[in-house]
Write a protein that binds this ligand. Structure first.
Ligand SMILES: [Zn+2]
Length: 335
């Protein structure tokens, strides 16, 4: 009996040490993608263990779950899901795992945009608008305090401070985008991930691929983008951290547009990169876009808006010369 008791005590102690070391005693908040993991970390702090299924730099549109993901889902208390067709593979993964975790749709109350390219398709990239980031944060906060009500005041402080940062971010992006001359506000990217961003901050979009990276780009898409660049005199095009930059580079060399830099859309950046975090990635994107689109390297004759001004100027000079000639003829005839 005595040996049994000691054995049982040892097992309990070992289990306790193991869970402490692995963070198993904390609230397990699993996200589909790294962007939402970062949001959860800001709100949950050290009281939660925030993890993500798709690793940083991975493409959540194309992700194929691996066997270890089943264990992650089984261990989770909360699973944060974007929905709006972003991670189509997740519902089957959750179902197959038999987990009793709570699935939370973090885009609840977001006003979804439709695809500009495909009919009846929903655009999942709602987080690209920082004012939507506030909705994500609220949904994540509500899910966390519901699962761990004892620590509500801890989470509330962190949530309030995060909300302030998100509001500042939203204002920063607006101010920065407004410094780009209006006719230059065209954003050319690999895939159509910037519609919410463009909608919120007043920038036109032209993407080579649709709202998902699943479909291959068509020649007609490439031609459309090339035409947009030539018509508008777009000075720069942008590559994305999760997508092969080959096509964008090809389009840049075909049109003479510059590569404006690397943008983050479907994943935060690696540790040490400027986009390592949700706020950081939107801020970095904005800085890169503003820098590239305000550079003054456009041949003004290729730009419709400038050409319009030139034609007016030529017409005015022409009219002036005709009047001067008529006045001259009148005076010659009078004498
Ligand atoms: Zn995407």
């Amino acid at each position: 009996m005595k040996i049994h008791a000691i054995l049982r005590f040892s097992i309990i102690l070992l289990a306790f040490i193991a869970t402490s070391l692995t963070g198993q005693d904390k609230l397990q908040v699993l996200s589909s993608a790294s962007i939402f993991q970062d949001m959860a970390e800001h709100i949950g702090g050290e009281k939660i263990l925030a993890t993500s299924i798709v690793p940083i730099g991975g493409d959540p549109h194309l992700y194929e779950p691996v066997p270890s993901d089943v264990a992650k889902v089984q261990d989770a208390d909360i699973i944060l899901i974007n929905g709006l067709t972003f991670e189509g593979w997740i519902s089957q993964l959750v179902e197959n795992s038999g987990t009793d975790a709570t699935s939370v749709l973090i885009t609840k109350s977001v006003n979804p945009l439709g695809s500009q390219v495909y009919e009846n398709a929903t655009d999942p990239h709602a987080w690209m608008d920082a004012s939507n980031g506030l909705i994500y944060a609220k949904n994540i906060y509500n899910a966390i305090i519901k699962a761990d009500p004892e620590n509500t005041s801890y989470y509330q402080d962190r949530y309030q401070s995060y909300i302030t940062q998100l509001k500042d971010l939203d204002a920063y992006i607006s101010t920065q985008i407004n410094t780009i001359p209006e006719f230059k506000r065209v954003l050319i990217t690999s895939h159509d991930a910037f519609a919410y961003y463009g909608n919120r901050y007043g920038i036109e979009l032209s993407a080579i691929m649709g709202i998902s990276t699943e479909a291959e780009a068509q020649t007609s898409d490439v031609m459309r983008v090339i035409n947009d660049i030539k018509k508008r005199g777009v000075p720069a095009v942008f590559i994305e951290s999760t997508i092969n930059p080959k096509l964008v580079k090809q389009i840049a060399s075909d049109t003479g547009a510059k590569i404006g830099g690397e943008l983050y859309a479907d994943s935060i950046g690696e540790e040490g990169s400027p986009g390592h975090g949700y706020i950081e990635m939107l801020r970095h994107n904005t800085d890169v876009i503003v820098r590239a689109l305000t550079q003054d390297n456009i041949d003004s004759e290729n730009v419709t808006a400038d050409s319009g001004i030139n034609y007016l100027l030529y017409a005015a000079i022409g009219l002036f010369l005709i009047i001067a000639l008529l006045v001259l003829v009148y005076f010659i005839q009078r004498n």
